[in-house]
Design a protein around this ligand. Structure first.
Ligand code: ARG
Length: 458
């Protein structure tokens, strides 16, 4: 397929350079965005009289035909073209003749590719957001269905204090809600039309960029042509948002892997979301969670790649920037494949309330409550803390839990202890007492769910 830039060259491009330079293998992903952008551009050219209205109409019809044929499969992308922009323009000219050659008036591939990428990013922000919302809904449903279950909360992966299992699920809901709002913010900065920046300096044609922005649903127009063609902040920001989604998915996955182990036994993954071993017949592995955790590294890599590509680039367009796309597409595809499969895994897992509650009985996770008991009776917290620590040491010596230690023993440490210490240190009660706003009790969980619900309908 002929190049868009032949004319001043006396030689054929070297075959190796041809394939090195070509981006059609990956930028074909942008064909729909490219055609949509070109249609708006052609309409503007016609409306402003830069080209004849009949030519604009021919172009628009031709482009619509190409889009329809690509969608139906009649037209196959020719990978001999240098890039998707070359392919579309060549097919158009083949189909409608001379009018096709007018499409690129007042435009460069530099602003064209920036436009295609922005349309793509804006579209993908919406689809990633929807997938996050589905995961959030699954987590809220899991939280709601399991109200009442107490488990140990951890710090340093050591049993710390009892919390509602639902509280744990809602912690992740909060993370994914932030991810969603981060994407919404990111969209604000992606929502600037770069088309009309032309190669770098704008154009002498009387173009109407605001007309194009409106046609394409852009809220703003890039205010500086040099910046318009060379800004890839929106790609970086989007991949950063995706990296944060992956970071959260990897933390959730790690919990699932631990909880699904026989050492924890807090949940059991559904057979449909587990895989086996080729040698050990007994194995049922949490591969979904492991892969989601592993793919996080891949998305971080995409972020590092584009940050590094952009580092030190002088204005305006440089071919280095062609390297943004594979990282971008890979990050999007990875997140889009991970979110629904993790949601499915959570939705189908079995929660083992008995094992969670058994684990909560061990590890002296009511030791803070012993200290609080004394503090509420007037002992300064630091002294109460020491007394509780000494009681834990005594329990370890006697092989007892704080609930099993007789009152006579308690009294040796402080005479303020009475029989109500056993209710105060009852694990369920310990969790339920934490009714402070945002705390780990089931009562707090119900409030959290009622506050989240209005945001789940968007
Ligand atoms: N394939 C190119 C890219 O992705 C399109 C822009 C080409 N512009 C140029 N001046 N060579 O960046």
């Amino acid at each position: 397929m002929a190049k868009l830039w032949e004319g001043r060259f006396g030689k054929e491009t070297d075959a190796g350079v041809n394939s090195f330079n070509s981006s059609i293998f990956f930028d074909k992903t942008l064909i729909e965005e490219d055609i949509t952008g070109s249609i708006a551009h052609a309409e503007m050219l016609g409306a402003t009289g830069i080209i004849a209205a009949e030519d604009a109409e021919l172009i628009v019809n031709g482009l619509n035909g190409i889009l329809a044929d690509i969608k139906s499969g009649i037209l196959v992308i020719d990978e001999k073209a240098e890039d998707v922009h070359t392919f579309v323009e060549s097919v158009l000219t083949e189909r409608i003749g001379a009018a096709g050659k007018k499409l690129h008036t007042a435009r460069s591939r530099n602003d064209q590719v920036a436009l295609d990428t922005r349309i793509y990013v804006k579209k993908k922000i919406v689809s990633v957001k929807n997938k996050i919302l589905r995961l959030i809904k699954t987590l809220v449903k899991t939280a709601e269905e399991n109200i009442g279950i107490i488990m140990p909360g951890y710090t340093h992966l050591q049993r710390a204090q009892p919390v509602a299992f639902s509280h744990y699920m809602l912690a992740y809901v909060n993370m994914f809600m932030r991810d969603k709002s981060r994407l919404e913010d990111c969209c604000k900065r992606a929502d600037y039309l770069p088309l009309g920046s032309a190669a770098l300096a704008g154009t002498s044609y009387p173009i109407d960029r605001f007309y194009v922005a409106e046609k394409l649903g852009f809220g703003h127009v890039c205010a500086n042509s040099l910046d318009g063609v060379s800004d890839r902040d929106f790609v970086i920001e989007f991949i950063f948002c995706l990296s944060t989604v992956m970071m959260h998915l990897s933390r959730l996955s790690e919990e699932i892997i631990l909880w699904n182990s026989s050492e924890f036994g807090f949940i059991e993954l559904d057979d449909a979301f587990s895989t086996g071993s080729s040698i050990m017949p007994q194995k049922k592995n949490p591969d979904v969670a492991e892969l989601a955790r592993g793919k996080t590294g891949r998305v971080y890599g995409d972020l590092m790649a584009i940050l590094t590509v952009m580092k030190g680039l002088p204005l305006a367009y440089n071919k280095d920037m062609q390297e943004d796309k594979e990282a971008l597409f890979d990050a999007v595809d990875t997140v889009e494949i991970c979110l629904p499969v993790v949601a499915g895994m959570i939705d189908t897992m079995t929660v083992r309330a008995d094992n969670m509650e058994k684990a909560a009985q061990k590890g002296f996770i009511n030791a803070t409550d012993v200290a609080d008991y004394l503090t509420k009776k007037g002992v300064p917290f630091r002294d109460a803390y020491k007394c509780s620590g000494a009681l834990v040491a005594e329990c370890i010596k006697q092989g007892k839990t704080l609930n099993e230690l007789p009152l006579s023993e308690y009294k040796k440490f402080n005479n303020l202890f009475e029989n109500d210490i056993y209710r105060e240190t009852d694990i369920k009660n310990c969790a339920e007492k934490r009714t402070s706003y945002g705390g780990g009790s089931n009562q707090s969980v119900k409030i959290q769910i009622s506050e989240i619900k209005p945001f789940l309908t968007e």
